[in-house]
Design a protein around this ligand. Structure first.
Ligand code: F6R
Length: 364
């Protein structure tokens, strides 16, 4: 049931504050400000590496998770798309753990990667949305996303719930490994608890994003740029746009601009820059100047401080609230989903059932 929404995707985008809140509450105790007890089959303090494998949007969630585990827990993460992971014969240790991320819990390549790691004697955690799925059954621990059923083929709420789970796990790992203090853990948990409220604020930018989407639907190519966790988010923005609007889009690490994609820049390819005012904001401003100097049109997604400090002319600036670093990927996911959604609506495509795609890819 779509309720009063035109598409499941629109409904699912709007459900995010609630589903993120449910998911977070499963893993952290907001009152005590700490992680809730979780029966893990391994000890974060005793493993040397974590392997993560997934496909598509779930893979991009895992990539953001890598930044978090390495930042907060100093835990090295190996991550691959599952179709590479299962065949590249990487060295695995039975002392380590592996996480598999999947909305459906049935994706063939991810499941094969899971079985491959299980055979290597690793401890297996499945971050899945469907609790009765094959991956859930074949893992040592099920780490559920509480997104509710996701019907739209393009993943939205499952993605932000996957991010929510990964963020709480990274904080938990940091606490276990002693890389964050109890005080820092409490701060991070409090910051996570603010995600649903900020997500609600961002949903109110709908009118501005819809107008921008009308403009965007006139173009054939779009480039997304971001640094740090906004790099995987740039790839997610591009994936979402191409899969439902059929506009060609690519996501790049902003620092890679000079190493190739800059050759494409002209007035016919808008560049969407995802750049909150963080430690490396100034670096991204230089990239925007390079784009502007070549006649490129910039759509900047930033926060209030970023908007005040971006010394470059933009086609449009979407200003999000200033949010804590740890929830930034969760909050910045929303405008890119909304932009893809409205662009597809203007293009007149079948938003919930894009051509050639299936919700669950159970064949290789
Ligand atoms: C993109 C999308 C796909 C899935 C991928 C994995 O919007 O939905 O890229 O993320 O097919 O599916 P699951 O998560 O079910 O393993």
């Amino acid at each position: 049931d779509k309720g009063n929404r035109r598409h499941f995707m629109e409904k699912e985008i709007h459900e995010q504050p609630e589903m993120i809140s449910h998911t977070l509450a499963h893993y952290v105790d907001f009152v005590g400000g700490v992680s809730k007890p979780l029966d893990l089959p391994f000890d974060f303090a005793k493993i040397d590496r974590l392997a993560i494998s997934a496909c598509g949007t779930a893979y991009l969630a895992g990539l953001i998770g890598k930044y978090w585990f390495e930042r907060y827990a100093r835990l090295p993460v190996d991550i691959d798309v599952a179709s590479e992971f299962r065949y590249r014969e990487m060295p695995l240790s039975n002392k380590d753990a592996a996480f598999f991320i999947s909305q459906s819990g049935e994706t063939a390549d991810t499941l094969a990667s899971l079985r491959y790691c299980r055979k290597a004697g690793m401890k297996i955690g499945a971050i899945v949305n469907v609790r009765e799925s094959t991956m859930a059954r074949e893992s040592d621990v099920v780490l559920p996303t509480l997104a509710g059923p996701e019907i739209g083929v393009a993943s939205t709420k499952a993605f932000t719930c996957q991010l929510s789970v990964l963020a709480t796990l990274a904080v938990r790992a940091g606490a276990a490994r002693g890389t964050i203090s109890l005080e820092q853990e409490k701060t991070l948990v409090r910051e996570l608890s603010e995600a649903p409220r900020f997500a609600n604020q961002v949903l109110k930018l709908e009118d501005q994003i819809e107008k921008l989407a009308r403009e965007l639907s006139r173009y054939k190519h779009v480039l997304y740029l971001g640094r740090d966790t906004n790099f995987p988010l740039a790839m997610e923005g591009a994936l979402k746009l191409k899969e439902i609007s059929y506009i060609h889009a690519e996501g790049y690490a902003a620092g890679e601009l000079k190493h190739g994609p800059i050759a494409l820049i002209d007035e016919n390819m808008p560049v969407i820059v995802i750049a909150p005012h963080d430690r490396i904001f100034e670096k991204t401003v230089s990239n925007m100047q390079e784009v502007a100097a070549r006649g490129g049109k910039i759509i900047l997604i930033t926060d209030q401080r970023g908007a005040a400090h971006a010394t470059v002319e933009t086609m449009e600036t979407i200003v999000l609230p200033d949010v804590p670093e740890i929830i930034s990927p969760i909050i910045y996911a929303l405008p890119i989903q909304m932009l893809a959604y409205f662009t597809a609506v203007f293009m007149g495509t079948d938003v919930d059932q894009p051509r050639n795609l299936a919700k669950s890819v159970t064949v290789e």
